[in-house]
Ligand binder design. Structure first.
Ligand code: ZN
Length: 379
């Protein structure tokens, strides 16, 4: 028996620790890795000191958050990124993992009958995994990574720029191979499916091609930036901005509107507590109240702006199929017909902020005495 530098007892004949090995585990990479435990068969909790075991397996230290960020930059769908995160952190619920948590009692791989289904087994050692990965034509420079630790293997392949034979970067093909493989494994266990390498191969190429095509589309798609702001009406016209507001948490709704001239001058505004209704009804009430306010002030040329497209279309008679809104819409149409000049347009909410605030004032019943419900407040 011999005491080594970590203080655990080992068998001299079979358990020679190499300096390079020790320094590697004690210096840089300290995450737990099942493969590491396999590579160090002489180290176990049963045969030696737990502290030494945890140092070598890296159980006593954790990676920094910076080390793990690369996973979220992998070119793959978010669900695949999440899956890779589980793999990288050794949290994939393989039988080995579930046994370690006392959920299962058998370590066996249900695909090939291997004694232990670890993460590395299910992703590259199991027969189905091996057949799939070899059918995908691994780039020559990445074949060597298949003897590395699983986290290094994962990182190097997920960042590989070499092209697959389909002219798709290997990093995309690789991540799109592991995800269907794991899903198929689950279907075999829980739904009685058979492992099918041909199907998995096709699924992987479909996923890779689809994702690569979407990337190219996103890269070429152009975006246009437009400035959104309120603008004054032309001379002799008055602009009416209206808006509705519904506070579902308070069970209250409100309507608001404001009249302004071509000099941006405030003419008159209103807020009205509506009780409870949906946003479309609140918008219609705001329009009706705004039109009545404008008519009462003798305004003849009115430009109406609102940010709910469906109300704009209903009033403009483009659609007539909303039975619950039609009574008040008919009322609004009748009022609109009384102006000498009338225009109505839909705008973005960002250009309708004053009316929005007046409507919110009414829907927020904590800011207005409840006794005023149903009344219109003019400003
Ligand atoms: Zn297996």
């Amino acid at each position: 028996m011999n005491h080594d530098i970590f203080g655990f007892i080992s068998n001299t004949n079979s358990l020679m620790l190499k300096h390079a090995y020790i320094s590697r585990y004690d210096s840089t990479d300290h995450s737990y890795n099942p493969r590491r435990a396999q590579l160090l068969p002489f180290v176990s909790e049963k045969s030696g000191d737990k502290y030494a075991y945890s140092i070598i397996c890296g159980l006593n230290k954790t990676r920094t958050s910076k080390d793990r960020l690369w996973i979220w930059k992998v070119l793959a769908q978010p669900r695949i990124q999440t899956f890779l995160w589980l793999v990288y952190h050794h949290k994939l619920p393989t039988t080995e993992h579930l046994c370690s948590r006392g959920i299962l009692i058998s370590f066996e791989c249900s695909w090939c009958g291997a004694l232990e289904e670890s993460i590395l087994h299910v992703l590259w050692e199991c027969t189905t995994a091996k057949n799939l990965l070899s059918s995908l034509e691994i780039p020559p420079s990445k074949k060597g990574t298949f003897v590395l630790l699983i986290d290094e293997w994962l990182e190097l392949n997920c960042e590989a720029y070499e092209l697959h034979s389909l002219s798709i970067p290997w990093k995309i093909v690789f991540s799109c191979a592991l995800w269907p493989l794991w899903k198929r494994r689950n279907k075999c266990i829980f739904e009685g499916y058979q492992p099918n390498t041909t199907l998995l191969h096709r699924k992987c190429l479909e996923l890779s091609t689809e994702y690569f095509a979407s990337m190219k589309h996103a890269a070429t798609a152009s975006t246009t930036t437009i400035q959104v702001r309120w603008s004054p009406p032309t001379k002799h016209w008055i602009k009416l901005n209206i808006d509705g507001s519904v506070r579902h948490c308070l069970g209250s709704a409100g309507a608001g509107g404001v009249l302004r001239n071509h000099l941006r001058g405030w003419i008159k505004g209103f807020s009205r507590i509506l009780g409870y209704c949906n946003n479309h009804h609140a918008e219609c009430w705001a329009l009706r109240d705004g039109l009545i306010m404008a008519l009462n002030m003798g305004i003849q040329f009115l430009l109406v702006e609102l940010d709910v497209k469906i109300v704009c279309d209903l009033v403009s008679e483009m659609i007539n199929d909303n039975l619950s809104l039609m009574p008040i819409i008919f009322d609004c149409r009748m009022l609109l017909g009384r102006f000498e000049g009338l225009r109505m347009q839909h705008i973005y909410q960002e250009a309708n902020m004053v009316a929005d605030q007046l409507a919110r004032l009414a829907s927020d019943s904590t800011r207005i005495p409840i006794s005023l419900a149903g009344n219109i407040l003019y400003f």
